[in-house]
Write a protein that binds this ligand. Structure first.
Ligand SMILES: Cc1cc2nc3c(=O)[nH]c(=O)nc-3n(C[C@H](O)[C@H](O)[C@H](O)COP(=O)(O)O)c2cc1C
Length: 137
């Protein structure tokens, strides 16, 4: 089972989640995709293959009201888990995903992939590759 949990303000990261889920399903995986607002860190941490999604917010930061507390709570439970990270960005260079990857690795996660897309994805190769990689874990 591939568990996808994400936050999206204007729908771009949500569209990425849909493309990633479709690719993972096409590669034979069972997929559950949920909004972070609709689940809990404990529920997501039950899974061994976890994809977390958040756009670049703040100044190359995670969204601060939902995602930052969610990630802070799940991080201690990620040791040994296979984790992928994804999100949409605007004008930056992707620094937020690099910082996020480092935080996940510092928590002991095995980060098998990341996907970033400028604004709205359109059959993104990055999303397809991350979904396929998740299915192969
Ligand atoms: C408050 C706010 C802060 C943002 N900060 C950044 C940033 O630091 N770097 C960047 O590349 N894009 C930034 N963006 C642009 C968003 O990451 C971009 O519009 C993204 O597509 C939004 O994804 P979503 O539709 O899933 O919310 C910011 C957008 C908002 C609204």
């Amino acid at each position: 089972m591939v568990e996808i949990a994400y936050w999206s303000g204007t729908g771009n990261t949500e569209a990425m989640a849909q493309e990633i889920a479709a690719a993972a399903k096409a590669a034979g995986a069972d997929v559950e995709s949920v909004l972070m607002e609709d689940t809990t860190p404990d529920a997501v941490a039950q899974h061994d293959v976890i994809l977390l999604g958040c756009p670049a917010m703040g100044s190359e930061e995670l969204e601060d009201s939902v995602v930052e507390p969610f990630f802070t709570a799940i991080a201690p439970k990620l040791s040994g888990k296979k984790v992928g990270l994804f999100g949409s960005y605007g004008w930056g260079t992707g620094e937020w995903i690099d910082t996020w990857k480092q935080r996940a690795q510092d928590a002991g996660a095995i980060v098998f992939g990341t996907a970033i897309v400028n604004e709205t994805p359109d059959n993104s190769e990055e999303c397809a590759a991350l979904g396929k990689a998740a299915a192969a874990q």
